[in-house]
Design a protein around this ligand. Sequence first.
Ligand code: ADP
Ligand code: ZN
Length: 201
Amino acid sequence: MFHGTQPGWLEVISGVMFSGKSEEMIRRVRRAVIAKKNVQVFKSHVDDRYGGVYTVSSHDGTIVEAEPVQSSLEIMERVRPDTEVVAVDEAQFLDMGIVTVANALAARGVRVILAGTDSDFRAERFGAMPELMAAAEIVDKLHAICVVCGGPASRNQRLVNGRPAPYDSPQIMVGGRESYEARCRHCHQVPRKDEAQGALL
Ligand code: ADP
Ligand code: ZN
């Protein structure tokens, strides 16, 4: 367990879609609010299609609204001087500057919580998540349930018309959660172009 003697550190909540990253982030934010900390929540704007801005409320009625952001710079500009906890959801969609921003906030005493999926539909690095995991004091990697075999899911399976998306499709695709399934390493499929065409024949 990490016990900081001085305020300011990074926590990363990684994992595939449906692994409960947002639930875990909301839990930590709610507890920080109960502890009467000044909290700001950000959510990368790209993710609007997944249901828009959410709010985190505590039992005593305090409500924290997630602020949509486009860039890491926007986070730096929007963090207020008295903010003690900064939470960022869907951090994989942000630019690489998020690493500098997160470290700078931690250096000035802010507890920074970053949630995001660390691998894309090809099971390759997603945005700055690997760097954030390297910079963080605390890393949790959550798993969903593989929809094929019921094992722990560590991969995002993208589907196009019900079939596995080929390797060369774009990393970020307008669609939404319905285009993805949680799968384990063994059930995850990323066909190369010729394989994908073969599958369609
Ligand atoms: P994330 O932020 O990691 O995408 P969420 O916190 O938004 O995850 O959602 C987690 C919730 O998704 C779970 O509590 C569960 O109710 C639901 N869920 C849907 N499909 C799955 C799955 N295949 N494995 C685990 N949870 C799932
Ligand atoms: Zn599986």
